[in-house]
Design a protein around this ligand. Structure first.
Ligand SMILES: *[C@@H]1O[C@H](CO)[C@@H](O)[C@H](O)[C@H]1NC(C)=O
Ligand SMILES: *[C@@H]1O[C@H](CO)[C@@H](O)[C@H](O)[C@H]1NC(C)=O
Ligand SMILES: *[C@@H]1O[C@H](CO)[C@@H](O)[C@H](O)[C@H]1NC(C)=O
Ligand SMILES: *[C@@H]1O[C@H](CO)[C@@H](O)[C@H](O)[C@H]1NC(C)=O
Ligand SMILES: *[C@@H]1O[C@H](CO)[C@@H](O)[C@H](O)[C@H]1NC(C)=O
Ligand SMILES: *[C@@H]1O[C@H](CO)[C@@H](O)[C@H](O)[C@H]1NC(C)=O
Length: 376
């Protein structure tokens, strides 16, 4: 039903689409508009490590809607899940000002064009003297030093969401939606990693173990409410990612905009669902018990997700981009169990459980809205 509403909304402009090639790679940075609100943020989560350890890095910058608010507009965080020490996901955060951030493309050039829909990703995002992510077509490097934590990672070639740079939105990426989501890699191999905590003297390191999910968001701000989840089974290479919430279109209509992907290379399943051509429903959503159920129905295939994590494994409130800067907004677990069932024309053809998945509740979907921080 909702799909057809979006379709009606978009049909009017569909004809323009044919002039755009659909091989965007939007992992590269966008040009910031003159006036906010606008933000862009990247997220890399590494899983499949020994002892179910997992960690993530995220960073981004907000152009606020007013100049008075233009302080501490950049944020970088390291998220660490180390079940041997704590069930909870722990976050280390660093705020910075615009002047501390240096974003360049193609070996040091400043960002003068939006990603050009053709080139492979090639950029570097840095908070001076603290952290950077450098992405080249076939490898990425991460160095994050936040508080007592130092993270160094080398990643190999991305495993893209789709061919020719197509992401979860498909051609929707060409629309001025209030928020965009792009998945650059479902499971880049981790070539080497080191995580050190100078306070506790803990050092974890490894080579050729683990995978990295790599993605980004850009737009005006995060929505009022959302869920996000992602997981990889390193034994079978089965992976999934889903994200979405009620999306408000120009204050005219609010529709549930969920984007979903499921990949099982051994069975040849490469399934993506978008509200424009599929029926997607959040059939169960309980932030207080750490559970969601999502059903995506396409013409031949449907996929049911039941994803849950013990409430004690969720982080304290994490920051998300709002129109005035980063605010406490969401909570995440890196220890979710995703139970996925795939049906072809009603017959169950694939079922799989992915442990140590990530699950996030954001905005109004957080239990008792406890992560809604008023702007001060
Ligand atoms: C890792 O996770 C799996 C699946 O939840 C569980 O069976 C196993 O006991 C865990 N191992 C450790 C060391 O925590
Ligand atoms: C950002 O700049 C403001 C004013 O210039 C300063 O007070 C604040 O401490 C800076 N924040 C960071 C994280 O450096
Ligand atoms: C920004 O980063 C580029 C690429 O690493 C570097 O060449 C340049 O010197 C940096 N600029 C500043 C102001 O730090
Ligand atoms: C990098 O990836 C491209 C495909 O995107 C491939 O043709 C090329 O061989 C790779 N180069 C290396 C050094 O792995
Ligand atoms: C998983 O993918 C990696 C590279 O993408 C490959 O080297 C490995 O053989 C795959 N594993 C299985 C079980 O197919
Ligand atoms: C996963 O879902 C399927 C189908 O809904 C169900 O039959 C199965 O019992 C579930 N498995 C687990 C481990 O929850």
């Amino acid at each position: 039903m909702y799909g057809s509403i979006i379709q009606i909304l978009l049909t009017g402009v569909l004809f323009c689409l044919t002039v755009f090639p659909i091989n965007a790679n939007h992992f590269d940075p966008h040009v910031y508009p003159k006036h906010g609100p606008f933000f862009e943020g990247w997220y890399v989560r590494i899983s499949g490590l020994r002892q179910n350890r997992s960690f993530g890095i995220l960073f981004g910058k907000v152009l606020p809607d007013s100049q008075e608010k233009a302080r501490d507009t950049a944020l970088a965080s390291v998220l660490i899940y180390d079940p041997k020490h704590s069930d909870k996901l722990v976050s280390y955060d660093l705020f910075a000002n615009d002047t501390d951030v240096n974003v360049t493309v193609k070996g040091g050039r400043s960002v003068t064009h939006d990603p050009d829909f053709e080139s492979p990703a090639d950029f570097r995002w840095e908070i001076k003297n603290a952290c950077y992510l450098e992405v080249k077509p076939n490898r990425s490097r991460i160095h994050f030093a936040i508080g007592p934590i130092i993270v160094d990672v080398a990643l190999g070639s991305p495993v893209p969401w789709g061919r020719k740079g197509v992401g979860p939105e498909g051609w929707l990426e060409h629309f001025p939606l209030p928020l965009h989501w792009f998945v650059f890699s479902l499971r880049s191999p981790v070539i080497s990693y080191t995580i050190e905590n100078k306070d506790t003297h803990m050092i974890y390191k490894g080579e050729n173990t683990g995978v990295a999910h790599m993605e980004k968001n850009w737009g005006n701000s995060f929505p009022k409410a959302w869920i996000w989840s992602e997981g990889v089974d390193v034994k079978t290479n089965i992976s999934f990612a889903l994200s979405g919430g009620p999306v408000n279109f120009y204050d005219i209509i609010t529709i549930p905009g969920y984007l979903i992907g499921y990949r099982n290379p051994l069975k040849g399943f490469d399934l993506s669902f978008r509200p424009v051509d599929n029926l997607i429903e959040l059939i169960h959503n309980d932030g207080c018990n750490g559970e969601i159920a999502v059903k995506a129905v396409g013409i031949y295939y449907s996929v049911h997700f039941y994803i849950s994590a013990k409430i004690g494994t969720f982080s304290e409130c994490l920051y998300g981009p709002e129109t005035n800067g980063f605010r406490k907004a969401c909570t995440e677990s890196y220890n979710a169990k995703a139970n996925i069932s795939v049906y072809r024309l009603g017959t169950l053809v694939d079922t799989h459980t992915i442990h140590n998945s990530a699950l996030e509740f954001g905005g109004d979907f957080v239990c008792r809205k406890r992560c809604k921080q008023a702007f001060t």
